[in-house]
Ligand binder design. Sequence first.
Ligand code: MTE
Length: 299
Amino acid sequence: MGLGTIATVGAGPIAACVDEEDLKEDKPKIFTPDYSDDIEDQYPAERNPAFADVPDREVTPEDIAAHYNNFYEFGTDKTKVWENAQTLVTDPWTVKVTGLVHNPITLDLDDIHLKFPLEERMYRHRCVEAWSMVMPWTGFRMRDLLDFVQPMQSAKYVRFVSFFRPSEAVGQRELTNYDWPYYEALTIREAANELTLMGTGIFGHINPTQHGAPIRIHTPWKYGYKSIKSIVTIEFVEEQPETFWHHQWAEAYDFVSNVDPSKPHPNWSQATERDIGTDEEIPTLKYNGYGEWVADLYE
Ligand code: MTE
């Protein structure tokens, strides 16, 4: 089974921090984790003028973006992820930055939000399943983290690992054919690219759990599955690491996974995509429209 296929997952228990009565109301809610005032004061962050908007695209309404998610740890029904994800406890949280670096560090919740300058960027988000959205993400440049940890000469790749907590994640309990926890990787040059963001927020506030609280990545020129959510480990390594979806189905999900309208998925075309906000079918752009920032990485 791969991205784009359907399986049924039951609803998990609801975390104590969410009022169950709220969940029963008709209109789906957007819950953000309740972190300290120091952290909440960082939002909204200033928007980077280089990524102030996305030409010829409308911003996807938050209500739609927050209730149509891929996060297999919380099941395969995109319309239920927001609800299932309320069981994930993200406070406390640590991200261990380790491997071939001169200055390893473990980031706690304060470090995640306060150590590096946060900014907001409007990015296109293109899923391999041929749908897309446009959203304002908040985060810090991965390059700032690289500057801090000082990768060794021998470090060629950065590997990211998400959490493994079956008791909090219904998909990890029930989708047992997946190789949990979710793991992804980039080359060092991709990680250091101007576009690569460590995402801490969306729509001017802290990430709701369904979007990958407390921290995920954004690589907008790649298919969305490279943007791993709820990261607990970042490791600098010498050899190209295996990735979660490549392990699942190698022919469909390669390491690079750049958005490319001329390269179909084995089961569908990648020439067009459906904008989830407007419901329009639009042409897919090479590198998702970000060639000026990244094309030189692949020459
Ligand atoms: N990260 C984890 N840990 N688990 C996942 O299943 N799905 C990926 C990516 N990151 C996924 C993940 C996929 S396929 C997509 S399209 C995006 O998250 C969806 O991000 P969004 O729900 O915030 O729009």
